[in-house]
Design a protein. Structure first.
Length: 203
């Protein structure tokens, strides 16, 4: 079993984590907001192939690497508040570009959302509601392969996601400005924070 992925916000050493997991969503993933489209569900007892799993994990790593580099740059030049702005303004575009490069839909969602518009794909809703804390690879009713990969909080993540009274004012003010409906605070070290999700059509 793959180990749960670690993600930490707004630190140069793990700069990808500066983006709240629910801020980098590729809207091309299967949704049900269009009533003319069939609801896509998980097919029981049908797992993706090893090759499909490897491709999805490669896409996740590419998103991590590209967003990490951009956030490191923001951290080094202007500090944590600037990195939060990168998350708000650039992360979704980076996720979309990675998805196009790898032929997948890819994004992240959270146990509690920072951006209420960034919900997981419909196929992942039940897994998210169950707070799945281990990597899950599934086949969907539309024949796509998919994955939900957990993100657990490290101690450094507390600077953006810990108890509200412990978050530095400069970070708190920026979060309030950019995410007025933010619910992604109050987490403890090691707690499940969210997930990478990936959906990959058959070649």
């Amino acid at each position: 079993m793959l180990r749960s992925l670690l993600l930490c916000p707004l630190l140069a050493i793990v700069a990808l984590n500066g983006c709240s997991p629910d801020t980098a969503t590729n809207n091309s993933a299967t949704k049900t907001d269009d009533p003319s489209q069939p609801v896509v569900t998980i097919v029981p007892d049908r797992d993706p192939s090893e090759a499909q799993r490897e491709k999805m994990l490669a896409a996740k790593q590419a998103l991590f690497t590209q967003l990490s580099g951009r956030l490191q740059q923001a951290m080094q030049t202007a500090g944590p508040a600037a990195a939060i702005s990168v998350c708000k303004n650039e992360a979704a575009k980076i996720a979309e570009e990675v998805g196009q490069q790898h032929g997948v839909s890819i994004g992240r969602s959270g146990v509690r959302l920072r951006n209420p518009n960034n919900l997981p794909p419909t196929w992942a809703t039940e897994l998210v509601s169950q707070k799945s804390s281990e990597p899950v690879f599934v086949t969907l009713s539309n024949e796509h392969a998919a994955a939900l990969l957990p993100i657990k909080l490290q101690s450094q993540c507390l600077m953006c996601h810990g108890p509200a009274e412990q978050i530095a004012p400069v970070i708190s003010e920026q979060l309030s400005k950019l995410y007025p409906q933010d619910e992604a605070v109050g987490f403890k070290e090691g707690e499940l924070r969210g997930w990478f999700w990936i959906e990959m059509p058959n070649a």
